[in-house]
Design a binder for this molecule. Structure first.
Ligand SMILES: CC(C)(COP(=O)(O)OP(=O)(O)OC[C@H]1O[C@@H](n2cnc3c(N)ncnc32)[C@H](O)[C@@H]1OP(=O)(O)O)[C@@H](O)C(=O)NCCC(=O)NCCS
Length: 154
């Protein structure tokens, strides 16, 4: 689906500590096993690339990226449930890839649950491919779930 031209034009900006209430609310609504407020606060404090997407007064999506030795790791990409399927996930992913390029990274890595077909489809659509699997990486309702590791060469 494409972005609604009548919607307020979204602004991509740096996430800061004042955003944490909104971020945690979205995170808890979007994931069965959400990151805690403390994890996001640590990411901001540690200088990770924390990006927010603002549409009018609302924060509607965010990404967290780290850069290590020419590699970019996309640690979190999330769109608020009521704003999903409107193109914002793709917008934020492409922004993250542009940032990785600007930082002269040669690749972007990420992990995704096999039970997350929307995420996998989005990443494959943007050129990511599967490079491995981390057994029991995630918590799951019935124990643990593997992570699929994906990479984009840039
Ligand atoms: C995965 C997520 C980021 C996608 O964001 P989104 O804004 O809804 O996605 P977009 O509207 O930009 O869609 C881009 C592409 O993603 C895929 N996609 C997104 N939602 C999908 C769904 N429900 N079913 C199938 N494919 C889907 C499609 O390939 C879509 O392209 P298309 O519209 O041309 O078919 C969003 O669903 C989300 O935040 N989910 C919860 C958190 C999460 O799982 N994050 C990823 C963790 S690795």
């Amino acid at each position: 689906m494409s972005i609604n031209p009548a919607a307020p034009y979204p602004l991509i900006r740096q996430m800061n500590a004042d955003d944490l209430d909104c971020v945690v609310e979205i995170e808890e609504a979007a994931y069965p096993f959400p990151w805690t407020r403390g994890i996001f606060a640590d990411c901001i404090r540690s200088g990770y690339d924390c990006t927010a997407l603002q549409a009018g007064p609302s924060l509607i999506a965010y990404t967290i990226q780290s850069y290590v030795a020419g590699e970019n790791h996309l640690l979190n990409l999330c769109v608020a449930p009521r704003w999903q399927r409107k193109g914002y996930g793709k917008m934020m992913l492409n922004h993250a890839i542009r940032q990785a390029r600007l930082q002269q990274c040669s690749s972007v890595f990420l992990e995704v649950r096999p039970s997350n077909p929307s995420g996998i489809r989005l990443y494959e659509q943007q050129g990511f491919f599967i490079v491995g699997r981390r057994p029991g990486y995630y918590r799951a309702a019935d124990g643990r779930e593997d992570a699929i590791v994906m990479r984009l060469d840039i």
